[in-house]
Ligand binder design. Structure first.
Ligand code: PEP
Length: 242
């Protein structure tokens, strides 16, 4: 499974370094073999640990250049960062990034061979129109995206569930994930108000390959608890598959 923590604009450089160290020690001491990644804010980017990868929350589609306020590939290379989050709902809906720009970033970092965590998800008004409208909305977020890219990880994150404490029902997550899986065979994470109290039941779902967690992962011990849940679920998921 894949467990990813998005710090957004939280934690500074010192707190991020302490977090990564604690998390890495936890993973090593507990023999974790799931993928664990964290996405700190730009000012706290650092080299990952033995087990924990560090990724960027955003990056401009260029090696370097005149792009005021943006990070480009050179700034990621400095920390050996090879994973980038693209299309997060806060970039789409708060910052106003359009699909065209998102697809440009995707194509650039795909060409550079980066692992890309690509976020998709619908706002509440679309969800209220029903599952067909929802899936049609997601379809527009696939525009310009290579859904077969071997470095792709998809994160389904309903916009109305992010940071609100609300989540779809487990049956609905399962339904939407199985529909997304018809479009891509790449790993599929669920995100949106995942926390230590509900991570286990979400991770246990058949079509969920991991979670992308925001506020629920800001305390390193809470994120460790989710990683422990994933580890304990392996046997169970394997049994269900066979
Ligand atoms: C996110 O930032 O991707 C996210 C899912 O946030 P939260 O867990 O706080 O809803």
């Amino acid at each position: 499974m894949i467990l990813a923590a998005n710090f957004k604009s939280n934690l500074n450089r010192a707190k991020t370094a302490a977090y990564v160290q604690t998390l890495d020690t936890f993973c090593t001491q507990n023999g974790v073999d799931d993928r664990v990644m964290v996405f700190p804010p730009a000012s706290a980017l650092c080299v990952g640990g033995l087990h924990v990868s560090v990724g960027a929350q955003n990056a401009f589609a260029a090696k370097n250049g005149a792009f005021t306020g943006e990070l480009a590939q050179d700034q990621l290379d400095e920390f050996n960062i090879r994973t980038v989050l693209i299309g997060h709902s806060e970039r789409r809906h708060v910052i106003g990034e359009r699909q065209e720009l998102i697809a440009e970033k995707f194509a650039y970092y795909q060409k550079q061979g980066f692992e890309i965590v690509y976020c998709i998800g619908e706002p509440l008004e679309v969800r209220e129109e029903g599952n067909d409208a929802l899936l049609e909305y997601l379809e527009a977020q696939y525009e310009g995206i290579d859904l077969h890219y071997s470095g792709l990880i998809v994160a389904y994150e309903p916009v109305w569930a992010i940071g609100t404490g609300l989540t779809p029902t487990l049956a609905n997550i399962e339904l939407i994930h199985s529909a997304i899986k018809e479009r891509t065979s790449r790993p599929l994470l669920y995100g949106g108000s995942v926390k230590k109290e509900n991570a286990r039941e979400i991770l246990a779902l058949e079509h969920v390959d991991g979670v992308l967690v925001g506020s629920g992962a800001l305390e390193v011990n809470h994120f460790c608890s989710m990683i422990a849940d994933a580890k304990s679920l392996h046997v169970h998921k394997e049994r269900v598959k066979s």
